[in-house]
Design a protein around this ligand. Structure first.
Ligand SMILES: C[S@@+](CC[C@H](N)C(=O)[O-])C[C@H]1O[C@@H](n2cnc3c(N)ncnc32)[C@H](O)[C@@H]1O
Length: 464
């Protein structure tokens, strides 16, 4: 039984309540959906997927199950992360396409595809051995291979680790585009957190006291491994996984595009995909460029690249500026944009949330939360309208996403996006939630009481 929507500020709830009433019969708990399955935890021992700890990913098991539930030949993930969806689809002989804006995810996906399609373990072992020898040699690295820090990564490594990283970079660069270089590059990128004074912790990087940074709290990571030692473990895992990957995924190669889906979906032909299995960023202020700062610097991004990348991500942080002007220029006079604008601005639930938060602007932990909500839903309206164009009649979209809450105001992301879907040619068949949602933050709980926030998998079928 769903509890009625309440606004702790006495704001209007009519829009949210009528959405909840409309979708109530389609909201249910799916017992087989565990946190392990909808998150990266399910991949901890999966060949390839275990190399890069991409905590925002979902499990290969979920993708396999959902492919079984939809008749698919062409499967798309517009927010592909490390490429779980396209990789599993391609491994099952389907056409798997992924669009991902973060080069971190694309390199991880490409590394798995490369390993699955034609690298011999002995060839890899030889190159891995040479890399370790180079790192442990007395030879000085070239200046140009130094780790080129941005502000938020400075002092992340010991001096010795900085030298070792430069030697590794030099060695990999001289290999050019050899497939093995992709795997070695991924191996180095995947151990950066372990060998640094940082720890990924929700939205932030936490810093060990040995970094020399001035810190508010004391954190000690314990023993921090050298690059060579951390790499040895990862290189062994990669070597062990080459054959299983080849057996499991070697029958097909996924297509992975480094792009914003707001840009790339526009260029895809209508009715060109059968199924989408995806999980967009959640509307929860999580900043991927912060969490993956070390990895992005390893891949060569400078301060300007960081700013541009953060702005191009789907708006989900308080730093994102509005993309409305750009989207209007990009889409021009298209009817798709007009429909997306109408869906967004006519959505009563969004407008009532925005009005209530606007009235409390001065009390918000950050006033840009309002801009975040506007940007998130406007951009998702465009993405969903595009999916309505790209998916064939009878095709299915599966989407994993979390609801959020700001200043005690419930934002039912699942209901709002399902409403957009129903205006874009889909029928929302199910909104399955996990048996247990997430609690609100302790800060919000203290002020507004405990409320469970739904984590859901939606199923939308294209009808027209
Ligand atoms: C929840 S994660 C999805 C992870 C994926 N399911 C996996 O298994 O690895 C959301 C992804 O969307 C990506 N993303 C954010 N904005 C994007 C955009 N405009 N276009 C494409 N990808 C984007 C993020 O970089 C992140 O990898």
């Amino acid at each position: 039984m769903l509890s009625p929507i309440i606004s702790p500020h006495g704001g209007c709830v009519h829009g949210r309540q009528s959405l909840q009433d409309r979708f109530a019969s389609r909201l249910s708990v799916r017992e087989s959906l565990s946190r392990r399955v909808v998150s990266y935890q399910g991949n901890k021992s999966a060949p390839g997927l275990r190399w890069m700890k991409y905590k925002e990913g979902f499990s290969s098991e979920l993708v396999d199950t959902l492919i079984d539930e939809a008749e698919s030949r062409r499967v798309l993930d517009p927010f592909a992360g490390i490429g779980t969806t396209p990789l599993i689809a391609a491994g099952r002989g389907l056409e798997g396409t992924g669009i991902e804006i973060m080069p971190v995810g694309v390199l991880a996906g490409n590394a798995m595809a490369t390993a699955a399609n034609g690298i011999r373990p002995d060839e890899f072992d030889k190159a891995a051995d040479q890399l370790l020898k180079r790192i442990e040699s007395k030879r000085k690295p070239r200046k140009k291979d130094a780790f080129r820090h941005v502000r938020i990564t400075e002092s992340a490594f010991s001096d010795q680790t900085e030298l070792d990283l430069a030697k590794a970079k030099g060695y990999i660069e001289q290999m050019g585009n050899a497939p093995v270089a992709t795997l070695l590059n991924l191996a180095c990128m995947s151990v950066l957190e372990d060998i640094s004074y940082t720890r990924k912790d929700g939205q932030y990087l936490r810093w060990d006291h040995r970094s020399g940074r001035s810190l508010r709290s004391h954190m000690d990571k314990g023993e921090i491994q050298s690059l060579a030692n951390a790499l040895r473990t990862r290189l062994r895992e990669i070597s062990e996984d080459i054959e299983p990957l080849n057996l499991k995924f070697g029958s097909g190669s996924p297509t992975l595009k480094t792009a914003s889906c707001l840009d790339a979906l526009r260029k895809m032909p209508s009715a060109s995909m059968d199924t989408v299995i995806t999980s967009p960023p959640y509307a929860n202020r999580y900043d991927y460029t912060r969490t993956y700062a070390l990895e992005l610097v390893w891949l060569g991004l400078d301060q300007n690249d960081f700013t541009a990348l953060r702005q191009n991500l789907l708006s989900a942080t308080v730093e994102n500026k509005s993309k409305m002007t750009w989207l209007h220029e990009f889409y021009g006079e298209s009817s798709l944009l007009k429909n997306a604008v109408a869906m967004y601005s006519g959505q009563e639930a969004i407008q009532e949330i925005l009005a209530t938060l606007e009235g409390k602007r001065k009390e918000l932990s950050n006033p840009h939360i309002i801009r975040l909500i506007e940007g998130y839903f406007f951009e998702m309206a465009i993405v969903i309208a595009e999916l309505g164009r790209i998916i064939i009649p009878g095709g299915t979209v599966f989407m994993v996403n979390d609801n959020v809450q700001y200043h005690g105001e419930e934002v039912p992301v699942d209901l709002i996006l399902s409403d957009f879907a129903e205006q874009s040619g889909f029928e929302c068949r199910n909104i399955w939630s996990l048996a247990r949602g997430k609690g609100n933050s302790s800060q919000q709980m203290g002020r507004f009481g405990r409320r469970e926030i739904r984590k859901c998998l939606y199923k939308w079928v294209r009808t027209t």
